[in-house]
Write a protein of this length. Structure first.
Length: 342
């Protein structure tokens, strides 16, 4: 990679305000790849490898930090922070990427297109503090890609949906405004929807792509790790591995934003604690009976809220247990030192 100015890398007043007299002599750096025991970063002086002072999970691609050229000494608060509940039966929040201006949810005009999954992704993106964009790839393989666009745009007023052929340079050129002049665009979505093809088109790289399975339109993982790469337009792109499991935690605000229509209706119910089932004066059920609201959408809203509440509480309990265990270990070690002293 060539040398960049801080502005080229996406530096802004938000980060400059976090630099104090004590840290003013340190070098700002942006992470372009997180490895197990190293952080690969970009600075005005070029690329560097830094030793993290926190566990690797505390860092994300796109993070800004202050370093002394050897160690990552101070991680700066991000403008946006894309997270999810870690996959599997573990209870912690996994950081995916940071300081992203726009997050493109990539799906395709085939069996991969799924409204409930798009709602889930949109809640995650909105909670991250980034602008959402829905990209519908393989538009050249269907008679009317506009039908998929309409379905995506009906989900929420937040949605801007673009149908394109990821292999067509003219189609991909529509995305240039979101990845130029220091702006960062991230691509998320299932495997096989064309994220790597888009990455190649936007960056000039030649990363390997994989075909999808014909029986279910699902793809095989091509991208195996997250990385921040430059585009020829002066911006940045973050490609992410396909996510088969996407559980929400700490994203109540994002869910509310995506289902704002239901949230507004709920304020018009006769009772403040209305469960929107069979209560008299329920504005939500009234909208369903009039055909103004899909009952399946109401059920999906409830499901996401329950999942988010459960996962958020589980993570909080796990943190409390870890904190309690750390205190116990510290107390035990202090007692051992005192006994040795005697």
């Amino acid at each position: 990679m060539t040398n960049f100015t801080l502005s080229d890398l996406g530096w802004s007043d938000h980060f400059a305000r976090q630099v104090t007299e004590d840290t003013g002599e340190l070098t700002p750096a942006r992470i372009y790849e997180v490895q197990r025991d190293l952080l690969l970063v970009l600075t005005e002086d070029g690329t560097k490898s830094l030793i993290p002072i926190e566990s690797a999970g505390e860092y994300a691609v796109g993070d800004w930090l202050l370093c002394d050229g050897v160690k990552a000494l101070h991680r700066l608060d991000p403008v946006s922070n894309l997270t999810r509940k870690a996959a599997g039966h573990v209870n912690y929040q996994q950081r995916i990427a940071a300081n992203i201006d726009t997050i493109a949810i990539v799906t395709s005009c085939n069996a991969d297109f799924n409204v409930p999954r798009l709602e889930r992704y949109l809640a995650m993106v909105t909670s991250a503090g980034a602008m959402p964009l829905v990209l519908l790839t393989k538009a050249d393989r269907v008679d009317d890609p506009r039908d998929f666009q309409r379905q995506a745009e009906r989900i929420s007023p937040l949605v801007t949906a673009i149908a394109l052929n990821a292999k067509d340079p003219d189609d991909v050129a529509q995305l240039i405004p979101w990845c130029k002049n220091g702006q960062t665009l991230a691509l998320i979505g299932s495997s096989g929807v064309g994220k790597t093809t888009l990455r190649n088109s936007l960056t000039g790289e030649n990363a390997e792509t994989q075909d999808i399975r014909e029986d279910d339109a699902r793809g095989r993982h091509t991208t195996t790790h997250r990385s921040l790469v430059p585009t020829p337009y002066g911006g940045w792109l973050i490609d992410t591995p396909g996510m088969r499991e996407l559980q929400l935690a700490g994203m109540e605000d994002g869910i509310s934003a995506v289902f704002e229509d239901i949230e507004i209706l709920a304020t018009e119910c006769k009772f403040n604690d209305c469960a929107h089932e069979a209560e008299p004066g329920c504005a939500v059920q009234k909208a369903i009976s009039k055909g103004e609201l899909d009952e399946d959408r109401l059920n999906r809203w409830r499901k996401l809220l329950r999942e988010d509440e459960y996962n958020t509480e589980s993570i909080a309990r796990q943190r409390a247990r870890n904190k309690s265990f750390s205190k116990m270990v510290k107390k035990t070690m202090e007692g051992s030192k005192k006994r040795k002293g005697r």
